[in-house]
Unconditional design. Sequence first.
Length: 221
Amino acid sequence: MIKIGVIVSNPFQENTIVLSDATGECIVVDAGGYNAQENAALSKYISDNGLKPVMAVNTHGHVDHMLGVDYVKRTYGIPFAIDGRDAFLIESAPTHGAIYGFRVDAIPTIDIDLKGTKEVRFGETAMSVIETPGHTPGHICLYNADEKLLITGDTLFKESIGRTDLPGGDYSWIMRSILDKLMPLGGDVHFYPGHGQDSTLGHEALYNPFVTEVLGGEVNC
């Protein structure tokens, strides 16, 4: 069984997610710790649960999702994986951070390019990599079919979607990603987004206005 830990980080209230299984191995998804206290909270969760991080994985490259990646890499000596199409966002993080008042002291080196990769593994668990461009060109989601668990990053939120007005964003892409790749997974799939509360795909099919207006034929994408 997959255990999910969520540590809310930085002024954007980003969800840093730790996925682990019975082996104790884990991956850290979207490490967003901005200061020593937030990074310490992540390490405390890992230590308190007797976990062994094996990889830092990002759903995408926006600055609020990568602020703690260098800390995780250095502390646990693990590789950093992200779709290479978002490498430009990692590289330009200091500039983007300054726009929002973030100071980015270190840019993590990308060790694993997830473009075209089918899955990431920890312990006895495999998470399928689903390419979901729209919020960013290289955005991915992580999915485990056995437990109907989905990590959506900033593609899909509870009753909302990720913004598409930033560099590399595209509304048609994100809606096609949601409608063609995520919603067909089934209404009982439970997802954890990059910000805000967890939800189910069934709930979004009924109450997410961006989804319902397309399904109802009010908007074409």
